[in-house]
Write a protein of this length. Structure first.
Length: 287
């Protein structure tokens, strides 16, 4: 049976000269190119979740879906930026697509032409969700005219989680509250939801499937008020998910104890204390 995929992204008017202003046209073109890599094993729908006024950013082939609010409507501080809420974006997919599987990628993430083919193969092998790490490529690649060369770049490993594939039935259970894009804790929240509600999650950390212009691993994201907002929302979500999380569904679980905790410590998407508590709970149950 053909696999149906619905891929949603969030184009926006990035400040001129910024990383996302450079990356966005490249990412959008890479998605269009990947859709052209056709197969009778899958079909793809493309969606752009935007605020009104950003229609000119959406290229051909994407259906426009409008966000009816941003962080400015839900934040408890006056200087909030109009950042989208990931829960609203996923709900737009649920309301407008009948696809069996959804794909979300950050707007600065480009796809290799065979991306959907690989994703479909992973789904066929029994995974109901995927987390795909990006590859960082040199920032000398900054134009759509360089696409052929961009595709040839193997890139460098990056711990960032910014590409997610998941079954529709999982999306219906997500708990995102008012957590927003563009600020830390968004990725961790997404991963915890997938671990909690998926039967079988695959973390693809070495595959050359997506790319990001620039190889920086850590940088400052947002001001203290935005950071506090997402941290507060994350803690609410964590409280609801924690009782259902199984440590055996986390990546690196099959590594020896020293190696897995070393990896968890250095991965910003995981909490060392939380994972320790989850493993302790698992051991207390006699495992």
């Amino acid at each position: 049976m053909k696999i149906t995929l619905a891929h949603i992204i969030n184009p926006y008017k990035a400040p001129e000269g910024s990383e996302n202003a450079i990356a966005q046209p490249i990412s959008l073109l890479s998605i269009q190119n990947a859709v052209k890599h056709k197969s009778d094993k899958y079909s793809i729908e493309l969606y752009a979740a935007i605020i009104k006024g950003d229609e000119d950013l959406v290229p051909e082939g994407f259906k426009i879906l409008y966000l009816n609010r941003t962080l400015t409507e839900v934040a408890n501080f006056k200087a909030a930026r109009p950042l989208p809420l990931i829960g609203d974006i996923i709900q737009l997919l649920l309301n407008n697509s009948t696809a069996d599987y959804f794909v979300y990628t950050n707007i600065d993430i480009g796809l290799q032409p065979y991306f959907y083919e690989k994703v479909s193969a992973e789904i066929e092998s029994g995974y109901d969700s995927l987390v795909i790490n990006r590859r960082g490529i040199p920032d000398q690649f900054n134009s759509v005219v360089q696409m052929d060369e961009i595709y040839k770049q193997a890139g460098k490993d990056h711990p960032g989680y910014d590409c997610f594939v998941f079954k529709r039935s999982i999306a219906e259970k997500f708990i995102f509250k008012n957590i927003c894009l563009g600020i830390p804790r968004f990725e961790r929240t997404f991963v915890l939801n997938l671990i909690c509600f998926s039967q079988k999650t695959h973390f693809l950390e070495k595959e050359i499937l997506t790319f990001h212009i620039g190889e920086t691993i850590y940088k400052t994201w947002g001001d203290q008020q935005h950071l506090q907002h997402n941290q507060s929302e994350y803690l609410k979500i964590r409280k609801e998910l924690f009782g259902s999380l199984l440590i055996t569904k986390f990546p690196y679980w099959t590594d020896n104890v020293f190696l897995r905790y070393w990896k968890w410590i250095w991965n910003p998407n995981f909490s060392f204390p939380d994972n320790f508590l989850l493993e302790w709970r698992y051991r207390l149950k006699g495992h």
